[in-house]
Write a protein that binds this ligand. Structure first.
Ligand SMILES: [Ca+2]
Ligand SMILES: [Ca+2]
Length: 439
């Protein structure tokens, strides 16, 4: 049996995961069952105690906008056989297609208009992908915003060793053919990042509203960031990077946006957009506000949700959630140089956060503006509301599924949200669920 893709090194054995699941998720979900029905308004706007300055903002919001409904999970495309699905991605030019990333190195295309669809494999790169250990493999896919014109897709994966090269993460572009297949021979490598340990490999690749490519990369691995990558702005590890893939420059296969925060600064990598992030497994842009929401997986104590801004330092390793990191000499109290999360949860409620999306669809108006996220090991799903980086409705449990390991959320073109993962164990059958509310 293997560890979860996002768990900490050596300090979260499966037995711990399972005991937490048994001891806490049941209790958590049971509590959820007793909460106010989604249709009933909250008596008062919920305010995160850590963001009391949001009171003025919250008072201007109607109660219906602050209530957070329960969320149902309905299985979709049960006839598609999926092995360790880690992402569901929409294609920008085709609302009737979704793409599922399998960790071992395949991409499956789903005809989302056909409930009986079995999917078709459009890419198989198991050969270059290295997924021996549980956090390794093909981790993320992004379509170029102008995919209809250039047929480019970008993948982030851990690569097999070649000769004496170190382990590495690879950001590569592939080109789709007219029949919709991705040409495995078209690989064009943009970036290779040497990686000192098997765990904490991030990562999400996606395009921002500015047209740039964003990539989250973990701190390298092991435990407690022994190489100090978190606070090292010369390291591409423990960051979110921002690249201009359309205008290569300076001999690189990509360009650097001129307003990246470390452009022209000594001893800093100009690719970095934000840093001090331990292992952002999943992040997403709010399509309405343009804010970048990230779930940063914690070490031993706290899982956190961040809103990632340009040049931001998110505190790892001196900070874990809203707390000094236990057991490291440079642990720190809150400090203006570190940007605190907007939310956190403790080992009481889970062990590995899967960041999700802000719902911006129109089918479920009561869910509009709610940011959903989940815990990979426990299966609980939460919702919160945040405006301008301030939480206006504190996190509440909205649902989840016992025994389901949610690896990723996905957002269709129309804003419909999905969640994918494995059921009845990390190597159990891969499943996709549509998320809905009772309105
Ligand atoms: Ca690593
Ligand atoms: Ca942090």
């Amino acid at each position: 049996m293997v560890l979860s893709p996002m768990l900490s090194f050596m300090n979260n054995p499966v037995s711990l995961v399972l005991s937490i699941f048994i001891a806490n998720s049941v209790a958590t979900l049971a509590v959820a069952d007793q909460t106010t029905p989604a249709s009933a308004p909250a008596s008062t706007p919920a305010i995160d105690s850590k963001t009391s300055s949001t009171t003025a903002v919250a008072s201007e919001i109607s109660i219906s906008e602050t209530a957070i409904p329960k969320v149902r999970m309905s299985r979709v495309w049960p006839k598609a056989t999926l092995i360790r699905p880690v992402q569901v991605v929409a294609r920008p030019d085709r609302g009737d297609r979704l793409y599922v990333v399998e960790q071992a190195g395949r991409v499956i295309e789903i005809d989302s208009t056909d409930p009986e669809n079995e999917g078709r494999v459009v890419l198989d790169i198991k050969e270059p992908v290295f997924d021996k250990f549980n956090e390794q493999g093909l981790l993320s896919l992004a379509f170029h915003p102008k995919f209809a014109e250039n047929h480019y897709v970008y993948l982030w994966y851990t690569a097999k060793k070649v000769g004496k090269q170190p382990d590495r993460g690879v950001l590569a572009r592939f080109t789709a053919k007219d029949d919709g297949m991705f040409d495995a021979a078209s690989q064009f490598i943009l970036l290779e990042v040497p990686d000192p340990a098997w765990n904490h490999n991030g990562g999400t690749v996606l395009f921002g509203p500015d047209g740039y490519l964003y990539l989250s990369i973990g701190d390298g691995g092991a435990g407690n960031d022994p190489w100090g990558n978190g606070q090292d702005t010369n390291s591409l590890l423990a960051t979110v990077l921002r690249l201009d893939v359309d205008q290569p420059a300076e001999g690189k296969p990509y360009g650097i946006p001129s307003d990246n925060p470390f452009v022209g600064k000594a001893d800093s990598a100009p690719e970095i957009f934000a840093y001090g992030l331990r292992n952002v497994w999943r992040m997403s842009f709010d399509r309405k506000t343009g804010e970048l929401y990230a779930g940063d997986v914690g070490q031993n104590a706290w899982e956190e949700i961040d809103i990632v801004t340009k040049g931001g330092n998110y505190g790892w390793r001196p900070r874990e959630g809203f707390h000094p990191t236990q057991g490291v000499e440079d642990r720190s109290e809150a400090d203006p140089k570190f940007i605190e999360p907007i939310a956190e949860y403790s080992r009481k409620d889970g062990v590995s956060v899967t960041g999700g999306f802000v719902y911006r669809g129109t089918q479920y108006p009561n869910l509009a503006g709610v940011y959903l996220y989940a815990d990979y090991a426990v299966g609980t799903m939460w919702g919160l509301r945040s405006i301008g980086g301030k939480v206006t409705a504190a996190p509440v449990v909205v649902g989840g599924k016992r025994g389901f390991f949610p690896a990723s959320f996905g957002e269709a073109l129309d804003g419909t949200l999905y969640i994918c993962g494995t059921d009845t164990g990390e190597d159990g059958p891969g499943m996709i669920f549509k998320l809905s509310t009772s309105n």
